[in-house]
Design a protein around this ligand. Structure first.
Ligand code: PMP
Length: 400
């Protein structure tokens, strides 16, 4: 039956993990996967998550289906976390929201919703580069994916002029995907002043912002600071879509906890949008899983656990920031003549090293250090035990 089905290419990140597993060197380091690791390089279950799980289990809840749009207590609390308690659209009851299968599921609902209902365009513009999965998600949702300038190879920084020029050059009312904070893969975010300008250009062109927020709290350690771009856009009156993930900031990767929300003009519009979200979700997966949402909801609404969670998020962000400094300092100490300032300036889980695919290959083949060929490392995979080997290897392959 499947004789004509061609073999597809392997997933690039999973390929790295395979190569890493085969490597028998005790020095090997895997910086490919975007999952947080603790100071010993181990997967980390947040103590606040364990406590919330204990609480949820002690409640002896039933296992009935959730409504199509998920656990209301969770989605409401998640919206307050992202938009802020004083957010006008929230207090005016005009945000349509549904629980989603983490960030990916939210983006997939967004793609499907826009493809079906957005009246002005069937194209979506994503930054170049962007998270690898954005492109197939939107393509498979029925949108045509185009790119706008984002990364400046020369400065290993933001190509702000190119970005603005591209926003201007797009047809009016285009759909534009923005990373709310901790841009993946580059770790390069616009400054607050730059966000204000981006918002103005988007507004003047009537573009539609789709905001992907997979790292709230993970960039700076502060939810409010990381929510700046989203909240600024909402204050400026953009009727945007938000895709939220709790994979990273709660470490709930495999529980698949997220939200998809649409800021509407008024309550009546919200009710119509809500009805269409249900019509989209029902044939896709009927309703979302319940356990992770209960845990997340507990972390967001139990005052004590919420405070503990926020401090643990800060702890993760701070460890990453600390590892950036250590890596930078070691490269200086080793006498590297390259400017590595971007390692410290970039934020979030990833750093874009600005090295060539050939140098990436040498890191793997000669030094047992594994990362994606675009030169992206997951800073969360660096520890005090492996940072010196990483710095020495990086120095070796970038000497000439
Ligand atoms: N958006 C971005 C930019 C991401 O980096 C990720 C995770 N790598 C996601 C969305 C979605 O992740 P998940 O589906 O695990 O929430």
């Amino acid at each position: 039956v499947w004789a004509k089905v061609p073999a597809g290419p392997p997933d690039p990140i999973l390929g790295i993990t395979e190569a890493f597993k085969k490597d028998t060197s005790p020095q090997k380091i895997n910086l490919g996967v975007g999952a947080y690791r603790d100071a010993d390089g181990k997967p980390y279950v947040l103590p606040s998550v364990l406590a919330a799980e204990d609480k949820v289990i002690s409640e002896r809840n039933d296992k009935e289906y959730l409504p199509i749009t998920g656990l209301g207590a969770f989605t409401q609390a998640a919206a307050v976390l992202a938009y802020g308690a004083d957010s006008k659209p929230l207090t005016e009851g005009r945000v349509a929201i549904t629980q989603s299968l983490s960030g990916t599921g939210a983006l997939r609902i967004a793609g499907a919703f826009l493809a079906r209902h957005y009246p002005h365009a069937k194209e979506i513009y994503v930054p170049s580069p962007t998270w690898g999965n954005h492109i197939p998600i939107f393509r498979d949702s029925g949108l045509e994916v185009k790119t706008y300038s984002y990364y400046d190879k020369k400065t290993v920084g933001l190509d702000f002029e190119g970005l603005k020029k591209d926003l201007q050059a797009m047809p009016d009312k285009s759909i534009v995907l923005l990373h709310a904070c901790a841009h993946n893969p580059t770790g390069i975010d616009p400054t607050e002043a730059q966000w204000r300008e981006i918002s103005s250009v988007i507004k003047s062109k009537g573009h539609f912002p789709l905001i992907d927020n997979a790292y709230l709290g993970f960039a700076s350690g502060s939810v409010d600071k990381d929510a700046f771009a989203l909240r600024h856009f909402v204050e400026e009156g953009h009727q945007l879509i938000l895709c939220q993930s709790f994979a990273k900031n709660m470490g709930l990767y495999g529980e698949r906890v997220g939200t998809f929300s649409v800021v509407c003009a008024d309550k009546e519009e919200k009710a119509r949008v809500d009805s269409q979200i249900k019509i989209l979700v029902r044939p896709m997966y009927s309703n979302p899983p319940v356990h992770g949402a209960r845990v997340a909801s507990t972390l967001l609404t139990d005052e004590k656990l919420n405070a503990q969670w926020l401090s643990e998020v800060k702890g993760m962000a701070d460890r990453i920031i600390g590892m950036r400094s250590t890596l930078f300092d070691l490269l200086q100490e080793l006498g590297s003549k390259k400017n590595w300032g971007h390692i410290k300036n970039q934020i979030g889980m990833f750093a874009y090293l600005g090295i060539s695919p050939e140098q990436v290959d040498r890191l793997a083949q000669e030094h047992h250090v594994y990362l994606t060929r675009d030169g992206r490392i997951s800073v969360a995979g660096i520890t005090n035990h492996n940072v010196r080997h990483l710095a020495e290897s990086l120095h070796e392959v970038t000497k000439n």
